[in-house]
Design a protein around this ligand. Structure first.
Ligand code: URA
Length: 266
């Protein structure tokens, strides 16, 4: 693959912009400056830098973000800054089937909700993670307005009715974690589901944090606003180790931010 095409595939701009970056000496491959846009490179696991920032080429991008409060999971936010402003430009500009789409959030969290958010440019992964058929458990740490009661916990586990759906919705698991806090596990993702379920059970949510999705927990060292790549093992575990994992190859998912430890991006 030509170096200019590789940069284009990774979201560094049009082929003309990528060629310019290379010609102007902004790109190094495996530690060596490279000024010829048509240089042939092996894409699998390629380590390169652009303006001194290290990257590893990723066939598909899979990352986690610690969503801070006061951000919207929308490309076109209405009142709060978009979570996408927390990501470096190449992740927002990755081309997909001819269009510049970048990575997309897998589901949404409310503006005031914090915690684990996955982003990817792999449509199959988004479908798998969002499909109610796959019952991917999501764990929420909930702060409540009133003390939590046994009756409320029982209602959440047995099922509450939300105004837009006659079928009761149940928590897959629910436990009290403090006088005014509980941990709720859901396997579906309806609009404002936690807030509406807790309200229907007779309390109100005053703080909401997503601590895990499937086997993946938000790492304690990933501060609000930080992101990092998922490892191959993490993506495979989210896929359930089954269908879909065969197309993941280790070098493409080398962890990094862009190449290694997580880092602040804002
Ligand atoms: N349920 C909610 O009510 N809000 C969220 O952000 C996520 C789940």
């Amino acid at each position: 693959m030509q170096l200019q095409d590789l940069l284009f595939s990774q979201g560094f701009g049009t082929r003309r912009v990528c060629a310019g970056l290379i010609q102007q000496g902004h790109v190094a491959v495996a530690g060596h400056p490279c000024t010829e846009p048509a240089t042939d490179v092996e894409p699998e696991g390629l380590h390169y830098t652009v303006q001194g920032v290290p990257w590893v080429r990723q066939a598909k991008a899979y990352l986690m973000l610690h969503k801070p409060a006061g951000t919207e999971c929308s490309q076109k936010p209405s009142a709060w800054p978009s979570i996408y402003t927390l990501l470096p430009a190449p992740l927002r500009q990755r081309p997909n089937k001819g269009a510049v789409t970048g990575v997309q959030a897998v589901g949404r969290l409310d503006q005031d909700t914090t915690g684990l958010l996955l982003l990817t440019d792999d449509g199959q992964f988004i479908h798998r993670m969002s499909s109610p058929r796959h019952h991917v458990p999501k764990v929420y740490e909930v702060g409540t307005d009133e003390p939590v009661t046994e009756a409320q916990l029982r209602r959440l586990l047995e099922g509450v009715t939300l105004h837009d759906d006659p079928k009761p919705v149940k928590a897959a698991a629910c436990e009290q974690t403090g006088e005014r806090s509980l941990r709720l596990t859901l396997t579906e993702g309806k609009y404002h589901q936690v807030k509406r379920m807790v309200a229907a059970a007779g309390n109100a949510v005053v703080a909401l944090h997503r601590s895990s999705i499937g086997a993946l927990a938000l790492p304690a060292q990933l501060a609000p606003g930080q992101w990092r790549w998922l490892t191959l093992e993490e993506v495979a575990a989210l896929y359930g180790g089954g269908a879909g994992t065969d197309r993941l190859s280790r070098p493409n998912l080398a962890s990094g931010s862009p190449t290694g430890a997580s880092h602040a991006v804002n």
